[in-house]
Design a protein around this ligand. Structure first.
Ligand code: PMP
Length: 422
């Protein structure tokens, strides 16, 4: 067996890292262990994790309840294909998700990543219209600042003009990317646009309450309520991408609950398995599913990832849902929100800071600009915090189990680094 230095140095020459200019990015940190809110590095350092592995590890790392469930499943059946045969974990999970989601969102299609769950949502929406005989509806309305994934279909409904996917603009399907209806002007513009193209619009897709990867921008529940109203008046479907916001992140189990609306299709991933295994779900309302229910084989949904409904991942997800059952996670999000707000408030007066905001277990310090992203990331690590700013936003989205001391530590580090940066 190779020791740590060997696997690191020999492997680095062969690995391709995400979102990284491999030539100039600082060397990635070798991690050997995780526990709770801690990331342990090979050199013995311990980092307090501010972002829970891209917002997945909602119960902290290595939660014993999830670990035991996965171990038990591993003994019995790690994976079996999902075509023509079914098994307990995904069926139980589908029932539980249907019971937890509002309204008649009660058909669950499993995939293995967030992007693919959005692709499936888009295919469901377009085919819904084909199945009901409205063959022109092939275009989506999406929003500035939005992000729905890195695949070609999902990049096309993200804000690719200004975002990380600009280079691909030329080969992406053209949808309508507009401002969220947050003011009378943007509302009128959206209504005018949809009115003009109503017969072509399959759906409206939005990240509810928080546009995450696009810069942790918040909007109020009223916007979602209004989108539901507009979608209804033009017959468009409303797709909510709850991949980031689902499972308590914004203070309710699902962000749509804050607006009291039921989307036609919802996508879930990230915290679905408590951050242990890859899994995603696209959940449709009954009338969407019913349009596929037919004697015509071509009216079926033609999608089926090889690893869909993986038994280990579904076992992890069922165990993760158990941990939400007594309501304590959501109550704790309320506490985290207060600690984040208290801890970040002193950043408000620092030079270069344009906004400080919190919602649920998300705390954001937005800067005028960040030129030195790599230096900033390294400065956090030097102070034993793992925080990865996005765009112009330094943000925290920690485990929903994080304690007051850790939150104070992380918010304190952000303040210190910003003060030293002056
Ligand atoms: N939608 C949203 C809202 C996301 O935040 C992300 C991931 N950051 C995705 C979709 C894509 O998920 P994945 O990376 O699992 O493909």
């Amino acid at each position: 067996m190779l020791d740590q230095r060997d696997w690191y140095t020999t492997g680095l020459d062969h690995i391709w890292l995400p979102y990284a200019q491999m030539k100039t990015a600082p060397a990635p940190l070798p991690v050997v262990r995780t526990q709770g809110t801690r990331i342990h590095l090979a050199d013995g350092r311990e980092l307090v994790d501010g972002i829970a592995s891209w917002w997945t590890a909602c119960h902290g790392y290595n939660h014993p309840h999830i670990r035991d469930a996965v171990q038990r499943q591993l003994e019995v059946m790690p994976h079996v294909m999902f075509g023509g045969i079914v098994h307990e974990q995904p069926l139980t999970l589908a029932r539980r998700l249907s019971e937890m989601l509002p309204g008649d969102l009660d058909r669950v299609f499993f995939t293995d990543s967030g992007s693919v769950s959005v692709e499936v949502a888009m295919k469901m929406a377009v085919q819904y219209w084909l199945n009901v005989g409205e063959k022109q509806r092939d275009t989506f309305v999406c929003f500035r600042g939005g992000y729905h994934g890195d695949t070609l279909g999902t990049m096309a409904v993200s804000d690719f003009e200004t975002g990380i996917h600009q280079k691909f603009g030329g080969i992406l399907h053209r949808h309508h990317c507009v401002a969220l209806p947050e003011s009378p002007e943007t509302d009128a513009a959206l209504v005018a646009l949809i009115g003009q193209h109503a017969d072509r619009i399959a759906g409206i897709i939005v990240e509810p309450l928080v546009q995450g990867a696009g810069g942790m921008r918040f909007h109020c529940p009223k916007v979602l309520w209004r989108l539901r109203e507009i979608a209804d008046s033009y017959g468009a479907l409303l797709i909510l991408d709850e991949i980031f916001t689902g499972f308590g992140r914004t203070g309710t189990m699902f962000a749509c609950e804050a607006a009291g609306i039921v989307p036609d299709i919802v996508t879930l991933s990230k915290a679905l398995t408590g951050g242990t295994l890859p899994l995603a779900a696209t959940v449709a309302r009954r009338r969407i599913f019913e349009s596929f229910w037919s004697d015509d084989p071509m009216a079926a949904l033609m999608h089926g990832p090889t690893y869909m409904a993986n038994a280990l991942a579904c076992a992890a997800a069922n165990a993760s849902l158990d941990l939400f059952e007594d309501g304590e996670r959501l109550r704790h999000v309320g506490r985290i929100e207060q600690w984040l707000a208290a801890g970040l408030s002193s950043c408000r007066d620092l030079p270069g800071v344009v906004d400080v905001r919190t919602r649920g277990a998300i705390g954001v310090v937005e800067l005028q600009r960040i030129d030195d992203l790599n230096a900033l990331r390294s400065a956090f690590v030097e102070k034993a915090a793992f925080i990865r700013p996005l765009g112009n936003a330094i943000y925290l989205a920690p485990a929903l189990t994080i304690g007051e001391e850790d939150v104070a530590f992380l918010t304190g580090v952000i303040g210190e680094v910003l003060r030293e940066r002056r």
